[in-house]
Design a protein around this ligand. Structure first.
Ligand SMILES: Nc1ncnc2c1ncn2[C@@H]1O[C@H](COP(=O)(O)OP(=O)(O)OP(=O)(O)O)[C@@H](O)[C@H]1O
Length: 333
């Protein structure tokens, strides 16, 4: 069963091709749509809601054709827009009740569902105050609540973690995960940060320049690109002992000079490597988890015989560190 299916979907503006023959299926659960700014994420969402026509190709949401069934789709789907769009003089309760009424809920049901969804997103006393005085995190929560209030089958969340600090981002990602696990509402969530979507999503779709780069389950995704870089001091005998021990422990690894790149099989991999290093008394220079880089998404692991060779010890820039976005690896250049 698919909740979203697109077939050779294109959207051309006079100067830009925002979507370029995108064919992708999204199944129930949480799906992360990741791409740099301008990759075409918001354009895709607008087409899926039936708010913008495609230039070519087809798309269906919950089995409904976006070209003909826009109003029906919008009654079954919740949408959280990217930008700040909340009226400052209105309280969260008033606003979400209004959105529920717009979706066709009768007054009593609208009030009840509003209270439930605002509770779910963690807004309590503040819900009666004008939203102009809210923090970014509170505004994002109200935007999530209004997307959920009419009990949709699917929600489309456009950059819900935008502008949040690391704690706020983790809380938002936790809420999003629970939209699926607690309520069974499927989620398509966009971000330019691959790392944060990996933790939240069952599936990941990566687009770049409007084209599909990759679509797979998150576990396949991390299996392919997750690796530990282990750099040891230049004692060849120690290095060989470590290689033997890790291979005997069933780990897959590649060697490039004094750098071992160990595929992360599961959460125990780190401990196995650490214990082996400690047990042998090998001099360890560094050990760190390689973050994803968008370039790596192009590498087919079956055909790349020595990925470590591309990023040898002298060239490996190490994990991408984005000071604003701690904990996530950015796919933006
Ligand atoms: N109405 C429009 N008219 C012309 N060009 C547009 C329009 N909307 C989007 N674009 C262009 O289409 C491309 C894709 O934009 P889109 O907003 O879908 O990207 P995005 O992945 O959502 O990025 P962001 O996170 O920055 O919004 C961009 O080059 C953008 O400038």
């Amino acid at each position: 069963m698919t909740v979203i299916a697109t077939e050779s979907l294109s959207k051309r503006y006079p100067r830009v091709t925002a979507l370029d023959r995108l064919t992708v299926d999204v199944t129930p659960g949480v799906t992360g749509l990741v791409g740099a700014n301008g990759a075409g994420k918001s354009t895709l969402i607008k087409i899926l809601l039936g708010l913008a026509p495609a230039s070519e190709g087809r798309a269906a949401v919950l089995g409904l054709d976006v070209a003909t069934a826009g109003p029906r789709i919008r009654s079954l789907v919740g949408y959280m827009p990217e930008h700040d769009c909340l009226p400052p003089d209105v309280s969260a309760t008033e606003f979400v009740v209004h959105m529920a009424r717009m979706s066709g809920l009768p007054p009593a049901a609208a009030r009840e569902r509003t209270a439930d969804t605002l509770r779910h997103v963690g807004l309590y006393e503040e819900r009666y105050r004008p939203m102009g005085g809210y923090s970014t995190g509170m505004k994002q929560r109200v935007k999530l609540a209004q997307a959920l209030v009419h009990d949709p089958k699917l929600v489309l969340l456009d950059e819900p973690t935008n502008g949040l600090d690391p704690v706020g981002r983790d809380e938002m990602l936790g809420l999003i995960r629970r939209v699926w696990t607690d309520f069974g509402i499927s989620v398509l969530v966009t971000s330019h940060l691959l790392g944060e979507l990996e933790r939240t999503s069952d599936h990941i779709v990566v687009i770049d320049g409007g084209k599909l780069l990759r679509a797979s389950s998150t576990s396949d995704f991390t299996k392919v690109t997750g690796s530990l870089a282990v750099e040891v001091t230049d004692r060849e005998d120690e290095l060989l002992d470590l290689l033997d021990l890790l291979t005997a422990a069933g780990l897959k690894l590649r060697r490039s000079g004094h750098l071992l790149q160990v595929d992360i099989a599961d959460e125990d991999t780190y401990d196995v490597v650490r214990d082996a290093v400690a047990g042998l008394g090998v001099g360890l220079v560094r050990m760190e988890q390689r973050r994803h880089r968008i370039a790596e998404l192009f590498i087919d692991p079956e055909s790349a015989d020595d990925p470590a060779g591309d990023h040898g010890p002298d060239h490996d820039p190490g994990p991408r560190h984005d000071p604003d976005q701690e904990g996530g690896s950015s796919v933006a250049a």
